[in-house]
Design a protein around this ligand. Sequence first.
Ligand code: 3PY
Ligand code: MG
Length: 252
Amino acid sequence: RKNSLKEAFRRQQPVINGWLAIPSGYSAEIAGHQGYDAVTVDMQHGMIDFASALAMLQAISATPATPLARVNSNDPAQIMRLLDAGAWGIICPMVSTPEQAQQFVAACRYPPLGNRSFGPARALLYGGKDYPQYANEEILTLAMIETQQGLDNLDAILATDGLDGVFIGPNDLSLTLTGSASAESQHPKMLAAVELVVARSRAHNKVAGIFCTSGQAAAKRLAEGFSFVTPANDVMQLGRASREAVAYARGE
Ligand code: 3PY
Ligand code: MG
């Protein structure tokens, strides 16, 4: 297959996904060479405009990692533009109803399956001349579950044709479930929600993904049954590594 992530899911191999908020082709290139299966350009909470995203997708496509993008909303125009720019999959925030899930998937699929407009641009260069023939099969679609409503509609969302799976945004989900945002929340409502997403995704034979704050947390999520994990983003990693280096240097 052209998209190795789809192959990994079929073989039930876990996908380790990098997450970039810093608008830089150079840091995207660095991330892509660290062993990640995929690296996601975060347009929602990252400080990234389209020009930077293009350079980052170019940089990632020169590494072994598969380039993905998290869009800033369920906006067909932005989704289509990032696919044209070479993203091999889209993570869509705040998908709370099956209608929203359908709209999201339709933006990622050429007719007759969806309404993606034709103009593959960089996808054609990077994906080859036959990209239009296989794109509908190979573009990965992950809907973020990060509201109470999304959780209530989980089964209907997972049943969406062409949706590869769901991805928990634990900050937003805990915010709506418990009143405070925490990526590794141990609140009983969050623990139950996480368990439910893993179980229902498995029942629908779909990918269960989640954002994590560290490699250790990601390993724990894989053990819980997730198949797509993000062990922190570039900002957290840069901050953490810097703090540690300073502390060591000071002998702390
Ligand atoms: C969340 O935790 O809400 C996310 O969107 C992860 O970045
Ligand atoms: Mg979120």
